[in-house]
Design a protein around this ligand. Sequence first.
Ligand SMILES: Nc1nc2c(ncn2[C@@H]2O[C@H](COP(=O)(O)OP(=O)(O)O)[C@@H](O)[C@H]2O)c(=O)[nH]1
Ligand SMILES: [Mg+2]
Length: 478
Amino acid sequence: METLSDSLALGLPWTWVAAGAIGVLLLLALIFSIWRRRRARLQQQLLLKERSATVAQHIEPSALPQKEKHKTDEPPSQAELLQAERRQLEAKAKEHKEREAREAFEAQARILKEQEEEAKRLAYRQKKEAEAQAKAEKLQQEAAEALRLEEEARLEKQRREEEEKAKAAREAGKTLAEGLTKTRKEGFLAKLGGLFKGAPRSVDAALLGELEELLFSADIGVHTASRLLASVEGKAKKKELADLEAIRTLLKAEIEEILRLPPAPTPAPAPGEGPEVWMVVGVNGSGKTTSIGKLAAQAKAQGKKVVLAAADTFRAAAAEQLEVWAERTGATLIQGKEEGDPAAVAFEGAKKAKEEGAQLLVVDTAGRLHTKQPLMEELRKIHRVLGKAQAGAPHQVLLVLDATMGQNAIAQAKQFSEAVAVTQIVLTKLDGTAKGGVIIGICDELKLPVGFIGIGEKAQDLRPFSPAEFVAALFEEP
Ligand SMILES: Nc1nc2c(ncn2[C@@H]2O[C@H](COP(=O)(O)OP(=O)(O)O)[C@@H](O)[C@H]2O)c(=O)[nH]1
Ligand SMILES: [Mg+2]
């Protein structure tokens, strides 16, 4: 022990030296340990920093917790980064889950869609098939319907044809001889035949006397009776009449001669000037309106455009009656107010007929004779107004006479002729009278041609007068 103390030469005991050495060693050991621990901590910090940097690189900024404004420059803390990373992973997991779920749904939806498409295709095919079937059925039905309609049309046509035939037969009117039946069977010609019935008689004075009585009592008028008698007597004197047949033949020739008057002039209006205008006059009930209707029907049947003017404003029924005919024939009707100015209606008629380009205008007029209102003045005014409305109008003035009136018809004819220039006679109702002979008197006395005769109610029963035809029918054996 002494040796150590000696070597140190410090004079200190060796125990002290040893204790000092141990202390130094312990201090060194402590310093080393502290240094190591610090280094380890630094290393760990460094490692974490590096890791944070890599994490921060793939972390969405939105995943990071939102910092307060004044802290936005601070880098995120470790905890924040880890939280962000966790959230991000959770979000990804959720997204993944959702995608998987979506894909599963989508797959399912696709399957359903395909099924739906298939169902649609099936429905479409079924629909098309049903449509095709319906179409086929419809075509079949249509074909059946067409057949049915065809058959119906054929039956309808057949029915209409039969109806037309029946109508034609109905409307054909009577033959002239049929229309003159009464005159032939009951008139003076029938009585003439009676003279020669029984035992054969020679044409002597007694027979001529009877003939005279017969002729003068007939409706031919005194003037005409005298003329016919004179003719028979003249021939009888010359012994030119052997029997009834000879007298009949002579009378037939004479009557035809009387009836064969020059026909009424027919001044047609110049093209574009307007229609042919007929004014119809005559006493009430003579058959004016009916005859106008019949004339309109005939003109229409010839394809003419017809306008009717109801200038008989005195009686409401007259206009209504003409309206019926206008409707029946398809003619245009011009009417005035009841008791309005008849001349105004006539003027309107002329205007309308011109506008419509009609070929015929027929003006109906009043026929009252026994009222205070002067009819003849009214007729003259209508005549004048028509002439003003259209130059040359009226082209015809038809005087309607009722054959059943006998000799009165001649008196009427004279009266009307004084008022207006009558151009033709229309002799109606020959079918309803035995006084058909009146026509001979009218022609002989008035020298007015008969334009038309009425032998019935049908449109065709008003016919143009032909002397030869008339006489032939008149003398036809009953
Ligand atoms: N039997 C027959 N009746 C006729 C004829 N013409 C007209 N009538 C009738 O005579 C009547 C008077 O005729 P209507 O035209 O009204 O005469 P208006 O007063 O002159 O217009 C009517 O019942 C007609 O049916 C004819 O020719 N024969
Ligand atoms: Mg009338």
